[in-house]
Every structure is written in structure tokens, then in C-alpha cells.
Design a binder for this molecule. Structure first.
Ligand SMILES: [Mg+2]
Length: 302
């Protein structure tokens, strides 16, 4: 695990000595950030990728309960686990913290071994949840993004495009005669072919807001954040899939091919993602109708 992969713990306490004790306890194992009051803690929780917050319940001005309430109210921070750290040992306080959504409760003076064990347990749960989240966004067969992930990322990418002011490209890419391929060569071979096609597509999506996903059975979607030479990019993909040389006797050309239908879209059209998908889909339909293994792009950016 590199330093950058280490989980980040945010220690929030108004007393410097407490922050130091907890920082010392964890800094060898985790990345530790410190905050001396509620507002600083809330800011850092938004700005940084925090796995767990150790939160002092008793602080002047904004106490830990209020910090927790605000963390829970904000969708950007509501999933961060919070362990309350407090000098109070009344059951009522414990109850109040847990009811507000704290995952655990630790009383001062802290017992280092106990605190370390509890933090480790919670981080293990955080890691498992993140892993599940990651898997839920991935297409299990090809390893690229799945449709759910694409739909979410597509909206984000559209917002980025609106800011960037650069026309962009969106394409639907479909494996030709895939049903016949599966029937003739079996589902194992079909899966392998889809993996290879996905690999070709993934290599084309290189910039931060480029996206590629398996959209359905043998259908993929590709978004390139610049529409420059989009037809050329799709032609290259089409040619590379053909060059894989996957034998497909039922195909007109004897090997596996793809059809690509796309749109080069103006920045304004990024406001209507669903329309763009429909336009790309329409172009793909025309390619299929005209005999497949080809590229058709509507340029609506001009
Ligand atoms: Mg305090």
C-alpha cells in the first residue's frame, strides 16, 4: 500500500494535546488530518477523501453533536463514519451520539490499544463498502464500467463539457451478428470476444472525462471529451476490432466486426444527455440497416 492509498482519518478536537495523542497513535498506519474546531472539520470533510472521523463531542461554539448533524445532512459527507471521542461517560451522551449516526463511541482518557482496534475494525468495514461500491460500478465480464456507472459519469462529464466549451463525441458501438457468434462458437467464446472489444475501446478513452462502458449485451458506449476527429477515432476502433481477427463465419467478411453510430455534439447539447444517446443510437441503427461494419457520425456541433 503506498502512502496515497492509506485511509485518511480526520481527528477533530479543540485541545491540542488530544489531537497530538491521536495523531501519534495513527500516523504510522494512516494518513492523519487534524481540525481544531467544527467549521474546519466540516470543510476538510468536503475537501478531502476521509475514511473515518474521530470527533470530540465537547468543543466550544460548535460541539461534536452539531458537527455530526451537519455531516449527516450533507450528501457529500453523510457516508463518512464518525467515532465520537469524549470525556463524558453518561449513557445519555452515548445514546445521543449513536442516534445521530456515530458508528462508535470512545471515552477519554483514551486507551490506545482499544482505540486502535476500534478504528481498524471500522476502516475494514469502510474498505469493504468501498469495494462493493466499486464492483457495483464495474461490468463483471469485461472489467470496464457498467451502464449504471456510465449514466452517473455521463451526467458529470456533460457538466464538465458545458464548462470546457469544447464540442465532444458520443458513440454507441455494437458487435455485428453477435447472436450468431454465440450460437456458433458458444458463450465462452462470445464472452472472450466481448472482452477483447472492450479492451480496444478502453484504449481509446484516455482523457479524464472520456468514458467507455458496456451498455448492454454486446453494445458499448464511448464518450470522448473532445470531438476532434471523432470519425477518425471511431474508424480506428472499427479497424482495430477487425484486426483482432476473431473468426466469425456467419459474418459477411468472415471475422468479428463492430458498427459505430455517433454524434459530435455542441456544448449546449450537453444539457440534454438523453437526447444525445438517442441520436447516437439512431446513427447506429442506420449503420446496421446499411450493412454494418461501418461508422456513421452526425455532426450537430456546427
Ligand atoms: Mg473538547
Amino acid at each position: 500500500m503506498t502512502a496515497a492509498d492509506r485511509p485518511t482519518i480526520l481527528v477533530v478536537d479543540d485541545e491540542r494535546i488530544n489531537r497530538c495523542v491521536l495523531a501519534d497513535l495513527f500516523q504510522n498506519e494512516y494518513r492523519v488530518l487534524l481540525a481544531k474546531d467544527g467549521p474546519t472539520a466540516l470543510r476538510r470533510a468536503v475537501d478531502e477523501k476521509i475514511s473515518l472521523i474521530l470527533l470530540d463531542a465537547s468543543m466550544p461554539e460548535m460541539d461534536g453533536y452539531e458537527v455530526l448533524r451537519r455531516l449527516t445532512a450533507d450528501e457529500r459527507t453523510r457516508n463518512i463514519g464518525v467515532i465520537f471521542v469524549t470525556g463524558q461517560i453518561e449513557d445519555e451522551d452515548e445514546e445521543r451520539g449513536l442516534l445521530l449516526g456515530a458508528v462508535d463511541y470512545i471515552t477519554k482518557p483514551i486507551r490506545p490499544l482499544l482505540v486502535r482496534a476500534r478504528v481498524r475494525n471500522h476502516l475494514k468495514l469502510v474498505h469493504q463498502r468501498e469495494e462493493l461500491e466499486r464492483l457495483s460500478l464495474q461490468d463483471a465480464l469485461t472489467g470496464i464500467s457498467n451502464r449504471r456507472s456510465f449514466d452517473h459519469a455521463f451526467e458529470q462529464a456533460c457538466r464538465h463539457i458545458e464548462r470546457s466549451g469544447v464540442p465532444f463525441g458520443l458513440a454507441m458501438i455494437d458487435v455485428d451478428h453477435f447472436k450468431y457468434y454465440n450460437d456458433r462458437y458458444g458463450h465462452g467464446a462470445g464472452d472472450e470476444a466481448l472482452r477483447k472489444v472492450a479492451h480496444v475501446l478502453a484504449a481509446a478513452a484516455r482523457r479524464p472525462y472520456d468514458l467507455v462502458a458496456r451498455y448492454g449485451g454486446e453494445e458499448f458506449v464511448l464518450l470522448l471529451s473532445s470531438g476532434d476527429n471523432f470519425i477518425g477515432m471511431l474508424e480506428k476502433i472499427r479497424a482495430e476490432v477487425a484486426l483482432l481477427g476473431i473468426v466469425h463465419e456467419a459474418s459477411e467478411v468472415g471475422h468479428l466486426t463492430v458498427s459505430c453510430g455517433g454524434v459530435v455534439a455542441s456544448v449546449e447539447s450537453a444539457r440534454k444527455p438523453a437526447d444525445l444517446l438517442a441520436q447516437a443510437d439512431n446513427a447506429l441503427y442506420q449503420v446496421k440497416k446499411n450493412g454494418r461494419n461501418a461508422v456513421l457520425v452526425h455532426d450537430t456541433s456546427k
